[in-house]
Design a protein around this ligand. Structure first.
Ligand SMILES: Cc1ncc(C[n+]2csc(CCOP(=O)(O)OP(=O)(O)O)c2C)c(N)n1
Ligand SMILES: CC(=O)[C@@H](O)[C@H](O)COP(=O)(O)O
Ligand SMILES: [Mg+2]
Length: 639
């Protein structure tokens, strides 16, 4: 059977190993073709092709549940659950999502995108199953990176305490997070995988004796048993950690050996209580470039399959916000040894890999552990360090209590750089940096700011590090505005002071962060209609520059706010509240992300859909204030 004929994963039942291996080749081919064409996560899915086929051959997906952790590795899952023909639309507007999505398929039993949630969800399903007296398998497939997330360990702690709750946890151990994994757990997992006895006992025993004629290429049962018992005795049992926590541990087994996995999963399904099957895989398996550069091929934009290289961009791009942040922080750390950079397993994404290379002693990667990162930074700040925590806006959501409880209330000098703040695009709703303006507004003692461009980012960084209290700076995904940058000597900003970029009497536009450039473009379009708008770069959400904004609002009488964030509780709401608190009944048009989920699409497509392009914003302004403009600005709109 060809992959394209598969409409239900149960069609995998009864296929021979050879047929499954042929299917594996077809999955890899499709996976590579689509990701090379439109970008996406490459290495993770290539590593779980055989795992997916073997696991699904032992499950009845009409009844059983499978929860994939993160879901970035689940392209093979999508290809064997009826989405082969649409797979070319991966991560495109209206197309197949890049993560599991309950609304996309009945085989997507739980959505994700953020790591370390799968065991909790699968355990919840198992407990519900038992309460309802039903009988289906519940399986969580979690990576070694995601296993470093606190939630995963919380779930293991709970599941291991329920000896009669059947649950299968498949640990996909490819010895990689996005970067090489960090932490004691990862070292422990590796001890089993890499120890000499297991290496000897794994494949080499068969190889060593296969040529002996009387063995006919087979390892005699006695030697197999001996091998197994030696394996179990000769190396520290990595399973002890899980077995002491109440799990039956099996492994590590070869995650590319379909028959071995089928046998093991079938045996695991017969076990009572929680079972953990430790599967050793290779991230990027089957594509040499991805195997050789597992960090670089975790995720890729469109690339040439033959060379593995990204297509050259048509015109030179300015450095990304993340790169400017990373480079600037290196310079600051060189001049001030109190300053340290902290990432939660996102060194390359945040630009902190530059600090790791330049000043490793001032760099910390805590693994996928955002809560720990925040509170560790708080502890560092108590002892005189100036920690800079770089976490994506969406992933920082996971450490909200730590922001309040450990940093804000104690007013500790920690700087947070929220990368990917705003619309990120193809990663969709779980990854949009949509909520940080709202969720930071209420956190006590925080100074919250957003730069209009990379030069202002540099100034905000030095301002934050010098400030004796917590600060948060949000920056968007992708390349910056391309403004000239200084190498050092950045002038700190006055906390709470915005800037008037251009004055005008017909309208006041107050823009925040990455919306300042679009605000200026919108003002330009309005000027073509005879309208002169004042534009303020707010710079600060907290404290808001009321001394600048309120007199302008009072004089002009019409306000538009612009933010690349959720409108509920966002920047515009802060301006409205300020006007209200000062009894200024000035009409405000708030432009931003309404109370909706922003699905996967390109950032430009999403902005178009949300009415956030300069031309759309100009139209919306004219629609809202048109009558007033006609009455008070006769020359306006006449053009
Ligand atoms: C809470 C959270 N923090 C960070 C990330 C970013 N992230 C996506 S995949 C990944 C690495 C996951 O490693 P692993 O679970 O081993 O999966 P692999 O990529 O190796 O298949 C990280 C850090 C995330 N998705 N969720
Ligand atoms: C799966 C995951 O969460 C990360 O790989 C994320 O997709 C990275 O996002 P960026 O591509 O914006 O760094
Ligand atoms: Mg991994």
């Amino acid at each position: 059977m060809h992959l394209s004929e598969l409409s239900h994963p149960n069609q995998l039942h009864g296929l021979s190993t050879a047929e499954l291996e042929a299917m594996a080749r077809q999955i890899r081919e499709k996976h590579l073709e689509v990701v090379a064409t439109s970008g996406g996560h490459l290495g993770p899915g290539l590593g779980v092709v055989e795992l997916t086929l073997a696991l699904y051959q032992t499950l009845d997906l009409e009844h059983d549940r499978v929860v994939w952790d993160v879901g970035h590795q689940a392209y093979p899952h999508k290809l064997v659950t009826g989405r082969y023909k649409d797979f070319h639309t991966l991560r495109q507007q209206g197309g197949v999502a890049g993560y599991l999505k309950r609304s996309e398929s009945r085989f997507d039993h739980f959505g994700a995108g953020h790591a370390s949630t799968s065991i909790s969800a699968a355990l919840g399903m198992a407990l519900a199953r038992d309460r309802r007296g039903e009988d289906f398998k519940c399986v969580a497939v979690i990576g070694d990176g995601a296993l470093t997330g606190g939630m995963a360990l919380e779930a293991i702690n709970h599941a291991g305490h329920l000896p009669r709750t059947k649950l299968l946890v498949v640990l996909n151990d490819n010895d990689m997070s996005i970067s090489p994994p960090v932490g004691a757990l990862s070292t422990h997992l590796n001890r089993m995988r890499l120890s000499k006895p297991v290496q000897f006992l794994s494949g080499s025993a068969e190889e060593a004796v296969k040529h002996l004629p009387f063995l006919h290429g087979e390892l005699p049962t006695e030697l197999k048993t001996l091998k197994e018992s030696m394996k179990r005795l000769a190396v520290p049992k990595v399973g002890a950690v899980f077995e002491e926590l109440g799990f039956t541990y099996v492994g590590p087994i070869d995650g590319h050996d379909i028959p071995e996995m089928v046998r093991t999963f079938q045996a695991a399904h017969r076990c009572e209580g929680p079972v953990l099957v430790h599967v050793a895989t290779t991230k990027g398996k089957g594509y040499p470039y991805a195997e050789a550069d597992q960090v670089g091929y975790h995720a890729q934009s469109a690339f040439d399959l033959a060379t593995g290289k990204a297509y050259p961009s048509s015109k030179p791009k300015p450095p990304s916000w993340s790169k400017v942040f990373g480079q600037t922080l290196v310079k600051i750390c060189e001049q001030d040894s109190r300053v340290v950079g902290i990432t939660a397993a996102m060194a390359t994404g945040t630009g902190l890999d530059l600090l790791e290379k330049a000043l490793p002693q001032q760099y910390f990667d805590v693994g996928i552990a955002e809560q720990h990162a925040v509170t560790m930074a708080a502890g560092m700040a108590c002892e005189g360090l100036r920690p800079v925590v770089a976490i994506y806006s969406t992933f920082l959501q996971r450490a909200y209590d730590q922001l309040i409880h450990d940093v804000g209330i104690q007013k500790l000098p920690v700087t947070f750089v929220l990368d990917r703040a705003g619309i990120v695009g193809a990663d969709g709703p779980t990854h949009q940096g949509q909520y940080d303006i709202s969720y930071l507004r209420a956190v006590p003692n925080f100074t919250v700011m957003a730069p209009k461009d990379e030069a202002e980012l540099q100034r905000m960084l030095v301002t934050s590090i010098a400030h004796d209290g917590p600060c948060a700076i949000r920056i968007p995904r992708g390349e910056g505005e391309g403004v000239p940058l200084m190498d050092e000597g950045w002038q700190p900003l006055e906390i709470g002071r915005g800037e008037l970029l251009t004055d005008g009497d017909d309208l006041l536009i107050v823009a925040y962060g990455a919306m300042v450039a679009p605000a200026m473009a919108t003002a330009g379009l309005l000027q073509e209609k005879g309208l002169r708008a004042a534009v303020v770069n707010a710079r600060f959400l907290r404290p808001l520059d009321e001394a600048l904004i309120l007199p302008l609002a009072r004089r002009i009488g019409r306000v538009v706010t612009m933010e690349e964030g959720a409108l509920p509780g966002g920047f515009g709401a802060a301006v409205v509240e300020s006007l209200n608190d000062h009894d200024l009944p000035v009409p405000v048009l708030r432009l931003g992300i309404p109370d909706v989920l922003v699905d996967h699409a390109s950032p430009d497509q999403s902005k178009e859909r949300l009415g956030l392009t300069p031309s759309q914003m100009a139209e919306r302004i004219l629609e809202r204030f048109g009558p007033v403009f006609r009455a008070t600005v006769p020359t306006a709109l006449a053009v």
